[in-house]
Design a protein around this ligand. Structure first.
Ligand SMILES: Cc1ncc(COP(=O)(O)O)c(C=O)c1O
Length: 371
């Protein structure tokens, strides 16, 4: 069966990108963010690619492409990795919602982010001797998750009171790291440093944009997600310009070809009328695969390495593209939506969104292959 839409994932590119991250921040440890199924790239496959499984029990000799730990959003994502025998350290960024989840985290030796009093209260219900591994999250200005700076001293005392708990470190998250001229990031870093001034423990601040654009945010650990997948977290710059390799190539197929006359409308709502006699290819990818319906006319896909602009509206299973200038196009030919030579960032710009959303929005109908 010929897959309609294929996302080919280049695990070597992901290893390359992690190696590139180490060049930016050679003294930091790397918590590779593989939540949301590794941004659509397949969390289990990515985790396996970023650990030398032979050295899992004795993690002494580290390769530059190896992650020191993984981060996922929630327990369910962490358990999927453990089921797939990924025994590396895993951090659960949202922490837990219940005592039952907490017990599961302990059972599977997961590291838990604690960001609120009620989570600490849950932890305090554990019996003495329960070995919880904790990251404490501080809200330094994003106002989403984390303890307020004034509460940190009290939180720290509560943690120190339980000798069986391991404090893995302190965490904060940057709200505007991609805005290289904003004062907000420096203010967050200053706040974090001030609150933790005399407190021991590892620190982690930076996501992808933070670690590229804010050297002072690199700290003991960095938490890159997007960079691993080869896309740029900074607007106006592509992953390739940052020395990254795109890890995903998204391709579909030509399902039909038709010759349309000048003035004829194409597709739902007739939002496009042929400007001249045109050869239109119908391509088997639509919003049910994750291609956003808001993509405008003119969005460039590629056939035979040449640009083929989209015309008409994205429908559930199909898009239509202009292949008038590519006469060798045949039914069954591959159509590139993004990948090497066609940056995902360009498509994201067209859609008024970020490459994050395009990656994460790919649905189950898209076949993932690992050539
Ligand atoms: C707490 C936290 N750290 C790190 C990341 C990774 O972000 P990025 O993909 O921008 O590197 C995320 C992603 O949203 C996050 O929520």
């Amino acid at each position: 069966m010929i897959p309609r839409v294929t996302a080919s994932i280049d695990l070597d590119a992901i290893r390359h990108n992690l190696t590139r991250i180490r060049q930016w921040t050679p003294d930091s440890r790397v918590m590779a963010v593989i939540k949301a199924d590794a941004y659509g790239h397949g969390a289990v496959q990515v985790a396996r690619a970023l650990r030398d499984l032979r050295s899992e029990s004795d993690f002494a000799g580290r390769h530059p492409w190896e992650a020191d730990a993984f981060a996922v959003a929630c327990l369910e994502e962490a358990l999927r990795l453990r089921e797939a025998r990924v025994y590396a350290p895993i951090v659960v960024l949202e922490g837990v919602l219940s005592l039952e989840e907490l017990r599961l985290c302990l059972h599977h030796e997961l590291q838990i982010v604690v960001h609120d009093d009620w989570q600490l209260a849950l932890l305090e219900q554990l019996p003495r001797g329960a070995r919880a591994r904790l990251w404490i999250k501080i809200d330094t200005g994003m106002h989403r998750l984390g303890f307020e700076p004034e509460k940190v001293a009290a939180v720290h005392e509560r943690i120190l009171a339980r000798r069986d708990w391991q404090l893995c470190g302190w965490m904060t998250h940057l709200a505007r790291a991609d805005e290289t001229d904003s004062a907000a990031t420096q203010a967050q870093i200053d706040c974090f440093d001030a609150v933790l001034a005399d407190r021991p423990g590892a620190r982690t601040i930076a996501n992808s944009a933070g670690l590229v654009a804010w050297p002072q945010a690199r700290a003991d650990w960095v938490r890159p997600g997007l960079l691993l997948y080869g896309a740029s977290p900074l607007s106006g710059r592509t992953g390739a310009e940052l020395g990254l390799r795109p890890a995903m190539r998204l391709e579909s197929r030509v399902l039909a070809l038709r010759d349309c006359r000048a003035g004829e409308p194409i597709g739902y709502g007739a939002i496009y009328h042929c400007e001249r006699d045109m050869r239109i290819a119908v391509v088997t990818v639509g919003y049910a695969d994750g291609v956003l319906r808001c993509l405008p006319n003119g969005t460039p896909f590629q056939v035979h390495g040449q640009s083929a602009p989209m015309v008409g509206r994205v429908s559930m299973d199909m898009v239509t593209i202009d292949v008038s200038a590519i006469p060798q196009t045949r039914v069954g030919d591959s159509v590139l939506l993004w990948g090497e030579g066609l940056p995902v960032e360009a498509l994201a710009d067209r859609a008024g969104t970020l490459s994050y959303e395009l990656f994460c929005g790919l649905t189950q109908r898209v076949r993932r292959v690992y050539p």
